[in-house]
Design a protein. Sequence first.
Length: 202
Amino acid sequence: MPTGFIRQDPVADPRAFRNVRPATAFLLLLAALPAVPSPARADPCGPQLIADFVEDVSDYFVLKNASEPGWTVRRVEIDLRDSAGRLIFDVSESGAGVSGWRPYAQAGGTAVAVGHTEVTDGDSLLTVGFARFDPGERFLFTIDLDDTLPAGTQTWVDGAEIAGGRVIAVFAGPDGSEVERSAPFEPDSRADTGRGESCLVS
């Protein structure tokens, strides 16, 4: 065979069908064609936590365990140290915040918390531990946030200011092993450990 030529499969050569019935020849041609790969299917995310910050009369966070079955949330940390607005927790009347203040308090959901780290006024870290936080369950808590930007503070916090803060979640898998996932808060005030993943999001 001359150099540079690609060998042709004899089955795909029309001369091979000279004495073959048309229907049989067609099937043989189909068999000679390369297989077409199936479209890529998104895989489940496994452990996934979604955290939403809501600015309202009372600031509050909504945590949702969006994991696949078998993945429970053991603890969640809210870290505001790298937030664009240099946010802090304003939990006392005489602290570093402005206007209204509000300490940590559970506000709803079916997940069962066992406790949280102590938060003093001006802190930027908060961790909540859970006895049960199964897939599909939510947990809501209130706590006041204020910014500490040099240009001055305001009494409300928008998505652009919480952007850059992070949520860190520790999960227990179906086999009991622990896995950690984290995600930054985006300008839409949401941190989703599954955002940008090639997985199915419930």
